[in-house]
Design a protein around this ligand. Structure first.
Ligand code: OOG
Ligand code: MG
Length: 255
């Protein structure tokens, strides 16, 4: 119990000061329950400082991401308002340890979505969808971790950028997308990479969040997971996602 609180404080401090920590469970001996308890406790520190909970992020929902990180279980993390970066603005590189960016699809919900739901129920809860970027910044040295470690570290969540919201009536099952740096295409993919259909990521989010006692709420954002491998980002770059039909979203990186 004590170690849960210690690991949670350690990760919260590392995230808020952009410092790295050594892996504390490299062999993955903690249970997933313990790992999520560390995550919850660590995010409670942020909420205690006045941050507001705004949704959920999903992780390892595409093969590209599973392969890049060598893990294959779908994981999730908690989003707060402080993690949101306004589209078209800049982030300061010094606030990050070793950031990477990946293209995602974002959902915003118009009603709660709780527990075991069908894809049709999931779709009916969606207010709008948007092209999005996630900035992941593992707090572990060398961006290396075991499954319990990355879960404890809020699934590497660090920031997210949301582009223009579009009607959920748009067919988003297989939209082409690119991750671009300074206008150069770094990765090409499709929303179909997300568990075969991005709604499956939302269905999983509804189940996992409810099981944790924090069911998806109206107004919450759900980030469906990286559709391609993530790319390292550096100062003086403009990073963007371009998505078929939905448009683009981007941000600048300064020193
Ligand atoms: C873990 C987070 C995974 C995604 O979209 O798959 C994730 C990581 O890759 O550091 O955010
Ligand atoms: Mg992600």
């Amino acid at each position: 119990m004590n170690s849960i609180h210690n690991f949670a404080s350690l990760l919260d401090q590392a995230a808020s000061h952009a410092t790295e920590v050594a892996q504390f469970d490299p062999k993955g001996e903690l249970s997933l329950e313990e790992a999520y308890e560390i995550q919850m406790t660590s995010i409670a520190h942020r909420l205690g400082r006045g941050e507001q909970r705004v949704g959920v992020k999903m992780g390892f929902t595409s093969r590209a991401k599973m392969q890049q990180m060598g893990l294959s279980d779908v994981i999730w993390g908690r989003l707060t308002d402080a993690m949101q970066i306004e589209e078209g603005t800049s982030i300061s590189f010094k606030n990050y340890v070793h950031p990477r960016c990946e293209p995602e699809l974002a959902f915003i919900l118009k009603k709660p979505l709780i527990g075991n739901v069908t894809a049709a129920q999931a779709l009916a809860s969606v207010e709008a969808i948007a092209p999005a970027l996630e900035i992941i910044d593992s707090r572990y040295e060398n961006f290396k971790f075991s499954l319990p470690e990355v879960i404890a570290d809020n699934a590497s969540s660090s920031g997210f950028v949301i582009g223009p919201w579009a009607s959920a009536k748009t067919d988003f099952s297989n939209l082409g997308l690119t991750l671009n740096i300074d206008g150069h295409v770094k990765h090409v993919g499709s929303t179909a990479a997300l568990l075969g259909h991005p709604l499956r990521s939302l269905v999983a989010a509804a189940r996992l969040a409810a099981a944790a006692g924090e069911p998806l709420q109206a107004g919450w954002i759900v980030m469906a997971g990286g559709a391609t491998a993530a790319e390292w980002i550096y100062p003086n770059q403009y990073v963007s996602v371009e998505m078929q039909q939905l448009g683009s979203a981007g941000f600048y990186v300064t020193e």
